[in-house]
Design a protein around this ligand. Structure first.
Ligand code: FAD
Length: 294
């Protein structure tokens, strides 16, 4: 059961994700900030439906620039106060100043939020990177230097980050970043061999930090094809073709079964947990959790 801290007016779940990794496989869910009231209601209902699964933690993505940081902060703070599981805030550095990030970290510390996923983010429309930071590793340094003692995760890309010059430099930069942080969560991928190769390459460079695979149930194949093209994730054509031809209910069931098969293979290969990209919907994640019996 996660640790609980009394912040005076409300109880907050303050378990550090890094303390959860290793004992038994974790199951975590990722959400994005809703765009309007209808989407906010949908997210709240999804959280209600997933709560009985007792997730190890959940995480909330963060937009680049604008009010992206504030929206994530408000949702993460609410979840930590209202729900019996910890929430981790994604924090992007592109387009942000050191001062702005420091103020946000103070907000998180005051609200009892102890988990941060430190990311570069992507400049909008491929524009040049602006702000005080270039790489996620610079953000990791700032988060670790904060007196709150945050648990810090970073992103890893099993199929190599699309901006990397080559595989060797990708792994070298990831090793340097992950050696400073507590754990990594991966971009989505569909071939378990990509995960084992990543872990072996990191181990070969002397990095043995936990790497949690991110698993994307293909509930909306068209959108996920688009995300995959942006991330450099290879799409398994037979699976996508089959899902694209199915009506919604069959598709969600089949997507959950495929994601379960991948998750089980990853756990068998020694993954410390599974991080499910929920797209703010509960159906596939509920099925996967039941099938995996975590
Ligand atoms: P970095 O670690 O900075 O790496 C980016 C590129 O720079 C890589 O090619 C790397 O090899 C290279 N590099 C790193 N350090 C150096 C260096 N010192 N010198 C030269 N090159 C270097 N995006 C969002 O906008 N919001 C989110 O909430 C979000 N959540 C995510 C969650 C997960 C689990 C993952 C996997 C990704 C997420 N992303 C999110 C996407 C992420 O921001 C993008 O993939 C981004 O392009 C890279 O982020 P990074 O943190 O891996 O960057």
């Amino acid at each position: 059961m996660p640790d609980c801290q009394d912040l005076g007016h409300t109880l907050h779940w303050v378990t550090r994700v890094s303390d959860l990794l290793g004992a038994q496989p974790t199951l975590s869910f990722e959400f994005f900030p809703p765009a309007d009231d209808v989407a906010a209601k949908q997210l709240s209902e999804t959280l209600d439906e997933l709560a009985p699964l007792a997730p190890s933690f959940v995480s909330v993505t963060c937009g680049v620039g604008g009010d992206g940081h504030d929206r994530t902060r408000d949702i993460v703070t609410d979840i930590c106060g209202d729900r019996p599981f910890p929430a981790m805030a994604h924090l992007t550095c592109v387009g942000h100043t050191k001062q702005g990030v420091a103020a946000l970290l103070d907000d998180y510390a005051a609200a009892g939020v102890v988990n941060i996923l430190a990311l570069a983010g992507d400049p909008p429309d491929g524009s040049a990177i602006s702000g005080d930071f270039h790489y996620a590793s610079e953000l990791v340094e700032v988060v670790l230097a904060h007196p709150a003692g945050f648990s810090v995760g970073v992103a890893a890309h099993p199929e190599v980050h699309p901006r990397s010059l080559d595989r060797t430099s990708d792994r070298r930069h990831l090793t340097a970043k992950l050696n400073e942080a507590d754990f990594a969560i991966t971009q989505f991928f569909f071939n378990p061999a990509d995960y084992t190769r990543l872990c072996n390459e990191l181990a070969g460079l002397g990095c043995h930090k936990p790497v949690i695979p991110g698993v994307m149930p293909v509930i909306w194949p068209k959108s996920i094809r688009r995300y995959a093209a942006m991330n450099g994730s290879t799409v398994p054509e037979p699976l996508f073709a089959r899902l694209e031809s199915q009506p919604a209910l069959d598709r969600i069931r089949a997507a959950a079964e495929a994601a379960t098969e991948l998750s089980q293979a990853l756990l068998d290969a020694g993954a410390p947990g599974i991080h499910l990209y929920t797209l703010n919907r509960p159906e596939a994640s509920t099925k996967i959790a039941a099938l995996l019996s975590l």
